[in-house]
Write a protein that binds this ligand. Sequence first.
Ligand SMILES: CC(C)(COP(=O)(O)OP(=O)(O)OC[C@H]1O[C@@H](n2cnc3c(N)ncnc32)[C@H](O)[C@@H]1OP(=O)(O)O)[C@@H](O)C(=O)NCCC(=O)NCCS
Length: 395
Amino acid sequence: MVATAAVYPDGGLPSADSPDLVLVPAPPEERLECSRLHSVAFKGSLDIQTYIARKNHLSQQHLTRDGLTCWVLVERNKPPGQRTILSSCETYRKKGFLAYEGNVEDILTHGVGTVYSRPEFRGKGYAGRMMKELSQKLDTWQMENERRTRSVFSVLFSDIGKSFYTRYGWKPFPSFHISLPAITEEEYRQEIAGVNLPKPRTLLAEDVRTCMCNDNIIQQERELLRAASEKSSKAQVAIVPDFDHFLWHWAREEFYAERVLSNRDPPLVKGAGDDGARVHCVWSRNFGESLKDNTLYILHWVYDKQIVPSQTKATVKAMAAILRSAQLEAHRWNMAQVEFWSPTPLMLEAIGLLDPSAKVVDREDSSICSLKWNGAEQGLGNDVEWCLNEKYTWC
Ligand SMILES: CC(C)(COP(=O)(O)OP(=O)(O)OC[C@H]1O[C@@H](n2cnc3c(N)ncnc32)[C@H](O)[C@@H]1OP(=O)(O)O)[C@@H](O)C(=O)NCCC(=O)NCCS
């Protein structure tokens, strides 16, 4: 049941700066109410029932089972069921790396998502109050068993431009991507032959786990951050690209495929790779509101980032071939395009082989990578570099 607005002594709702307001984790019945309320904004092409079922399914994944919190801005003195949800959001606990002055640490961080105020309460400052409260809550939230008991950073992905979240400390960071159109089988054969590209192999979930998430690979990413922090005065942070992130994204696409595309086989191909060149990528399919929004996102790339110049050609060719197979996979799933975030110089070279006219897009309105840095108060400097800022981090 959707709660109606509480009647305040002055006949309205508490103001956004009222001391009577508090931000608390929602109990299960309010979580459900939040999902119902915000479904209008976030359900895409799903109906409300299916959207809620997907939310429940996604909350049971490895990434979220213990780490997902639904927050509600409510009146302090009213119990659940009798209070009005003025604004709500979710936070996802994630593993992070922090490197500073040549030392690297495993830390905990949070991603913020599903920020919502219902239409009738908008423009009154409730979401702003919630973000202000959240910023304080996240300082120590779920940190009890950590070496650092205060949060170093948290992230979110703004779909409402750059100014709103900046006010509350989440500053916009570089948010670039490249997008390539889907291609047919015929186009794929011609393109691969035309530029003489190697043929990548497809990766199933287990291949992604072994090729892209093994301890060595994760350790290498950690070491790269440490090395970067030796050369830079800025702290270097990243969300760990672990298997749990990929499982969560796949749970999303598999749920859609099962419920909406029930006449198809499940989407088993989860990426592509070239073992010889040691380049691998993992992807997931995002089914949007219309066909043109359907996008195959490359969640993460793994390749040798300390490659010697004589080997870069093989790496670039492998990347180009992998991108072509992603374009073909996109076509097979009725996706309009392939998109990947934060292209590196080698990826730009690969794009140069495939489509020199492809543009790097600087996102100004949606999915703006935003990070709140608390490191200055912890002696970690004023500036921070967000490394591995790829799509897998999105929530
Ligand atoms: C965004 C949202 C949470 C704001 O809630 P709210 O309670 O009205 O927020 P506040 O009253 O604290 O602040 C409103 C500010 O947000 C800005 N804002 C709201 N929607 C915006 C949008 N689509 N683009 C840019 N700014 C937006 C308003 O312009 C306003 O700015 P102002 O203070 O300079 O006038 C609410 O509009 C909403 O739920 N929208 C639909 C879901 C959504 O887009 N969520 C954000 C996903 S990142």
